[in-house]
Ligand binder design. Structure first.
Ligand code: SAH
Ligand code: SF4
Ligand code: F3S
Length: 536
């Protein structure tokens, strides 16, 4: 590992960076933070990787396919570097952590390897690397490596939780310059890592132990984002509802409250289950939601992903019910409808408990929309297990499901202990059968909205509209409004996270508008602006 030199001055020139992100919202947020740090050091960003001085891939390891995409990119950059050897190639994120230095042995064109737990060091490592190249161009090269390796689970005590990653989160720039709904939507991390160790999953190995951020930092960050114009905030955690912070045990270093390591053995949520009891001084997830909602009125929509089905207490449902600006949307991955498989997956709940949770959600929040994740073809999955999952999908009435074929991941317990014994043909068939069921359910869920007027937070110009605009000389038309407006197809979401497309002027991106739903399909709702946008 190369030492990080804090004295490096900002670069005189303006090297350009291409940064491509794969994987989940955590990675999207990490990329935003790395980008803003690099910008503050004077780097500029480009969309053309061939023109960049630094090519960075922020990677995902969750399934083999996610990794394959990156391997092909790394290969392309390897060819490119035969002509431009000075280009710096960095692989950052979960793949870097999972593959470790093996990756550099296999692909010597990689100059930087930085795991998700070391991203605070990215700007200095990139800077070091570029400087080395400028001074020793053509000479021997060695890669800069910052990984947590096997040490990252040692931080089991509170004192060891003094981590500089918190500073990376705290460093975020609050200029609304990113491309999420024109800067009006933002992610805020509340928990890092994961302690669940589901047997198929790499995340606890790549992201490390569960660590909860101090509630004051989170509320402050939300307030600053709202002051800068953010209307929608999505709280992020792999098991987001598992958030808890014991203020009585809070540790401060140099005046900065430190994140707290979650408990590995117990959920640390009092009695857990539907009616948890917390120790005095513990800020629970329900408390945190209530605080953000009540203390930051500028946030029109407060979302959170991903919820873990176990320990989803009624306290959280009550807080959502009482607070209109917390979205009625829950992403509750179930993974399987078979108790035998849930046990093999180490999920820690039964199908009956999951169904009870769905009933509780619908009792507290009758208008909520739900989504889930399913893994099909997990080792030993029988036709009967598969049918149980199919039945759960029919009964669950999810607005959508993310259905994945099991992908064995080296380093996980399932990879070590269970043969990948469901044939590819069976995985594919089961996947298609589940997709067909979900498509039908999604069609019905969406159809129930036709004729209703819903509030839509406008996220972007739809990609179809963007393509059309490029081909049309003048997309401006008059719609009976006072001035000609450029009408294009816009995309946004309802409170329940349903995707809505409608025609309207591009300046509506980042605003909340009422849309009358005219028609629907399994994936989207189509509608019209219900009011003149000036009064919306
Ligand atoms: N923390 C979240 C999920 C993170 S990974 C949770 O526990 O719900 C996102 C999804 O990828 C998982 O819900 C799971 O459905 C899927 N997934 C994870 N590992 C996988 C694997 N090895 N093969 C196939 N799908 C996987
Ligand atoms: Fe992976 Fe399970 Fe943690 Fe989700 S809860 S990130 S599936 S180990
Ligand atoms: Fe992928 Fe890492 Fe997210 S493995 S799903 S990028 S936490």
């Amino acid at each position: 590992m190369t030492a990080v030199n804090d004295d490096n001055p900002p670069r005189a020139g303006r090297p350009s960076v291409y940064l491509e992100t794969f994987g989940c919202q955590m990675n999207v947020l990490d990329s935003q933070l790395v980008r803003s740090q690099l910008q503050s050091l004077g780097y500029r960003f480009t969309d053309d990787w061939k023109a960049a001085d630094v090519v960075l891939y922020n990677t995902c390891s969750v399934r083999e396919r996610a990794e394959q995409k990156v391997w092909s990119r790394v290969g392309e950059v390897g060819v490119h570097k035969q002509q431009r050897p000075e280009v710096v190639l960095g692989v950052i994120g979960c793949m870097a952590e999972r593959d470790g230095t093996d990756m550099i042995r296999k692909h010597p064109q990689i100059d930087l390897l930085i795991g998700p737990g070391e991203l605070d060091k990215a700007p200095q490592l990139i800077d070091n690397r570029l400087k080395t190249d400028l001074s020793s161009r053509g000479g021997a090269r060695h890669a800069e490596v910052a990984l947590q390796g096997n040490t990252h689970r040692r931080s089991a005590t509170l004192a060891a939780a003094e981590d500089s990653l918190e500073l990376l989160d705290l460093s975020r720039s609050f200029s609304p310059d990113d491309d999420m709904a024109g800067g009006r939507s933002a992610y805020v991390r509340i928990t890092r890592g994961c302690n669940k160790f589901c047997t198929y999953c790499v995340v606890p190995h790549t992201r490390g132990a569960e660590v909860h951020r101090p509630p004051d930092h989170i509320v402050d960050e939300c307030r600053k984002l709202a002051d800068q114009g953010a209307c929608e905030i999505t709280l992020l955690g792999q098991t987001v509802n598992h958030y808890h912070y014991d203020t009585a045990a809070s540790v401060t270093v140099n005046g900065v409250a430190q994140p707290q390591v979650g408990s590995v053995l117990s959920p640390n949520r009092g009695t857990g289950g539907p009616s948890p009891v917390f120790k005095p001084g513990v800020v629970s997830f329900a408390d945190l939601l209530a605080r953000i909602h009540d203390e930051v009125p500028g946030i029109q929509r407060l979302r959170f992903v991903t919820s873990f089905p176990r320990d989803f207490g009624n306290d959280i449902l009550q807080v959502i019910k009482d607070r209109p600006r917390i979205c009625r949307y829950l992403h509750l991955p179930v993974q399987s409808g078979s108790n035998r498989l849930l046990k093999l997956m180490n999920r820690g709940y039964t199908v009956e408990q999951y169904r009870d949770l769905l009933d509780r959600v619908r009792a507290y929040l009758p208008d909520a929309e739900l989504a889930t994740d399913i893994i099909c073809g997990f080792p030993t999955e029988t036709e009967e297990d598969h049918q149980a999952t199919a039945q759960l999908l029919r009964d669950g009435r999810f607005k959508n499901s993310f259905i994945f074929k099991y992908s064995p991941r080296p380093g996980t317990a399932a990879y070590d202990r269970l043969a990948d014994d469901v044939s590819e043909a069976d995985k594919k068939r089961r996947n298609n059968e589940l997709l067909a069921i979900q498509t039908e359910v999604s069609r019905e869920v969406h159809a129930a909205y036709v004729g209703k007027t819903v509030d839509v937070f406008v996220e972007s110009i739809s990609s179809k509209a963007r393509k059309t605009a490029l081909n049309e000389a003048d997309p401006s038309v008059t719609l009976g409004w006072e001035r000609p407006v450029e009408v294009t197809q816009l995309t946004g979401r309802t409170d329940g996270d349903l995707i809505v497309c409608f025609d309207g002027p591009p300046e509506l991106v980042g605003r909340m508008v009422p849309i009358r739903i005219q028609s629907s399909g399994p994936l989207i709702l189509l509608g019209d602006l219900a009011e003149h946008p000036a009064t919306a």
